[in-house]
Design a protein around this ligand. Structure first.
Ligand code: DGL
Length: 275
């Protein structure tokens, strides 16, 4: 009955984007840049962040709740900006929702494969993302064999949120986390977490200028554009717009959003799940 009542999305419908919190704005920013005519509905699950240390069952439940909420707002496609949610909940979202769903892992893996000359690829992310093996499995599927080095970097998210993008503390953490990959001679590194693009200058410094840093946002925006075209759902005219939802602490979100978007997010509406 629900599906019958739902109005079918058109090219003019918005794109839904969700993340566990504010970090997914790095993906939002890339989408904004690549698809300036699109309307974006962003939801940051600020009441339940972080996802990166939670179980598959919990992250899947949260993700489905959010996906259904955004579907009820009439979205034409869902972008799962959160790496942890992409790693743990993408199949459930694809099964459970009626709109096309784009995660960040596939696009990043394809980009890393084409950027890498030596086939030695590193991937970093939250504990949940790395433990799920989603990146490792996706990297293993392909015509050329690759050697993968993976490391969870749990300190990076809080450091980025504190605005500590450079200096002795983040550099020490980066050297510790990335030392083994550097010695293993990786030539490409997937930044498998929403927050890590902000650490690019530091990671370049630690790994050297020759290692390609693969940014999920840019790759996902490209994939989103091609899925929209494939489905005849790309918006060809009009001005883009954006709406922000959070599940808690709207003001704090707006404040930290400035760091991620490099501009002000004027207001975010609060929605509550599971009440
Ligand atoms: N958005 C998450 C990710 O990309 C990082 C923050 C969290 O742990 O929720 O994995």
């Amino acid at each position: 009955v629900d599906t019958l009542k739902r109005v079918l999305p058109t090219a003019g419908s918005p794109i839904g984007v969700f993340d566990s919190g504010v970090g997914g704005l790095t993906v939002h920013r890339a989408l904004r840049r690549a698809l300036p005519k699109e309307k974006l509905l962003y939801l940051g699950d600020t009441a339940r962040v972080p996802y990166g240390n939670k179980s598959k069952a919990t992250v899947t439940r949260y993700s489905l709740e959010i996906g259904r909420f955004l579907e009820s707002k009439g979205i034409k496609l869902l972008v799962v900006a959160c790496n942890s949610a992409s790693a743990l909940a993408l199949p459930a979202l694809k099964r459970g929702l009626s709109v096309p769903v784009v995660g960040v892992i596939g696009p990043a893996v394809r980009a890393a494969r084409s950027a890498s000359r030596s086939g030695r690829i590193g991937v970093i992310g939250t504990e949940a993302t790395l433990k799920s093996g989603a990146y490792q499995k996706a990297l293993a599927h392909g015509s050329e064999p690759v050697r993968v080095r993976a490391a969870a970097c749990p300190l990076f998210v809080p450091l980025v949120e504190e605005g500590w993008w450079e200096g002795a503390v983040p550099e020490g953490a980066a050297r510790k986390y990335l030392g083994p990959m550097k010695s293993a001679g990786i030539d490409s590194l997937i930044l498998g977490c929403t927050h890590y693009p902000l650490l690019k200058p530091l990671l370049k410094k630690v790994l050297g200028p020759r290692v390609n840093l693969i940014d999920c946002g840019t790759e996902t925006a490209r994939e989103t554009a091609s899925v929209l075209t494939e489905h005849g759902l790309a918006r060809r005219s009009g001005k883009g717009s954006e709406t922000f939802y959070v599940t808690d602490a709207a003001e704090r979100f707006s404040r930290s959003a400035r760091r991620f978007l490099r501009r002000q997010v004027l207001s975010a509406r609060v929605v509550r799940f599971g009440a």
